[in-house]
Design a protein around this ligand. Structure first.
Ligand code: C2O
Ligand code: CU
Ligand code: CU
Length: 419
């Protein structure tokens, strides 16, 4: 932060070219560069002041996905940034440590803007005395997963608004790199994994089936680490994991076909090479943070959202002039998301929620923390206990939507205000 206690960030949205495949130049968009954006970082209590400059040839917005903030600062479709102008939202960070992210959100062109490369991670810190790997770029790495299709000339191929899901690419990039490898130098490494894809679901596991710990969901740390062999992320979801390495070994992080329409195909994502000499790392703590369950009071409001086709919620397409739901400040409500056809997921701005059940069963233990985005499998109902914040503004809506961007852009999105 500066002398006045304000942490200032400057982001500039720009078009350019990036070499992603050997010998090819891909036309891309990025923040402060030609592809993706810098990792932003702030801590609880920080005042953040953004300056977001649009140097693109078209209007866009920047949404702080996972951030608890006033609706006018949220960067949804109601905060357009015209080409050549600067948007200056500001707010105070007041939420637990988490891995969140930022990306454009202009209604109808989010899929295209994200696909071209506009996305970045936003790490939030909080005071706790846990001994977790936290040295960015040393034992704490972001992994932004995005699938692309390439045309012969190296440009991104495919129409993110066509077909059932838009883009399901066959080249998976990690932090914008195809076929990457990373040398690790510590016995344990933390990865902050973000599914920044338009539609693809990842079912992450290591080629040697080693077990590892999930320590955080979208909204922050779990109460205890959950040991798994695999976990899944749909677009917009994040998880933090801790993986142990032995000196000199190599292992590949993969995504495996789970038979689901958006989770098809086996792909190698990242080759990890452990140095011959690894710095010792503390054990994964047995307990993480006390996580107060989000529990709805008796008689809490229940709202139901039916996702249909690829363009409607409760039979209605998104209308920027219509407020769909009005929620009292600080409320805890039950939201039920019903899906009768192919896969969707569901993201709610501003909130933290916990998943109560998915298709009649409890969620997997690794997904029981605070979240803001959840997979809604085909032919199922997902029940959420949702904690709303206290920034009232009857004139500025927040969004809820399917985070498969083809669906979001086609109208599978609604608006709520907090009053
Ligand atoms: Cu990540 Cu409404 O978006
Ligand atoms: Cu969001
Ligand atoms: Cu959808």
């Amino acid at each position: 932060p500066g002398k006045d206690g304000v942490r200032r960030f400057e982001l500039s949205m720009q078009a350019g070219r990036t070499q992603i495949l050997a010998g090819k130049q891909t036309p891309t968009w990025g923040f402060n560069g030609t592809f993706l954006g810098p990792t932003l970082r702030a801590g609880r209590g920080d005042k953040v002041q953004m300056a977001v400059r649009n140097q693109l040839p078209e209007v866009s917005t920047v949404h702080w996905h996972g951030m608890r903030l006033p609706a006018r600062m949220d960067g949804g479709p109601h905060q357009p940034i015209e080409p050549g102008t600067v948007w200056t939202p500001h707010w105070t960070i007041d939420q637990p440590a988490a891995t969140s992210w930022y990306h454009p959100h202009p209604h109808g062109t989010t899929a295209q803007h994200v696909y071209r490369g506009l996305a970045g991670m936003f790490i939030l810190d909080d005071d706790h005395d846990l001994d977790l790997p936290a040295d960015y770029g040393v034992n704490d790495f972001p992994l932004i997963l995005q699938d692309k299709k390439f045309a012969a000339d190296g440009s991104f191929d495919g129409d993110p608004l066509k077909g059932t899901f838009g883009i399901l690419g066959d080249h998976i990039l990690v932090n914008g790199t195809y076929n990457p490898h990373l040398t690790v130098t510590t016995e344990r490494v933390r990865f902050r994994v973000l599914n920044g894809s338009n539609a693809r679901m990842y079912n992450l596991a290591f080629a040697d089936k080693r077990r590892f710990h999930v320590i955080a969901n979208d909204g922050g740390l779990l109460s205890t680490p959950v040991e798994v062999e695999t976990f899944s992320l749909t677009p917009g979801e994040r998880a933090e994991i801790i993986v142990a390495f032995a000196p000199g070994e190599q292992v590949v992080l993969r995504t495996t076909d789970n038979g689901v329409d958006i989770g098809k195909g086996d792909f190698d994502l990242l080759k990890l090479i452990a140095a011959d000499d690894l710095k010792p790392a503390p054990d994964v703590p047995a307990r993480l943070v006390p996580l107060a369950p989000i529990s709805a009071p008796a008689g809490a409001k229940v709202r139901r959202f039916r996702l249909s086709g690829h363009d409607a919620i409760n039979g209605k397409e998104m209308d920027m002039a219509r407020i769909d739901e009005v929620v009292p400040a600080g409320a805890i409500e039950i939201w039920e998301i019903e899906n009768n056809v192919y896969s969707h997921n569901f993201h709610i701005h501003e909130v933290a929620f916990q998943v109560l059940e998915t298709g009649g069963s409890a969620p997997p233990a690794y997904a029981t923390g605070y979240k803001d985005t959840v997979y809604v499998p085909s032919k199922s109902v997902v029940r959420l206990a949702v904690q709303f914040g206290g920034f009232t503004d009857p004139a500025s809506p927040y969004m809820y939507h399917c985070h498969i961007l083809r669906h979001e852009d086609s109208g599978m999105m609604g608006q709520f205000v907090i009053v």
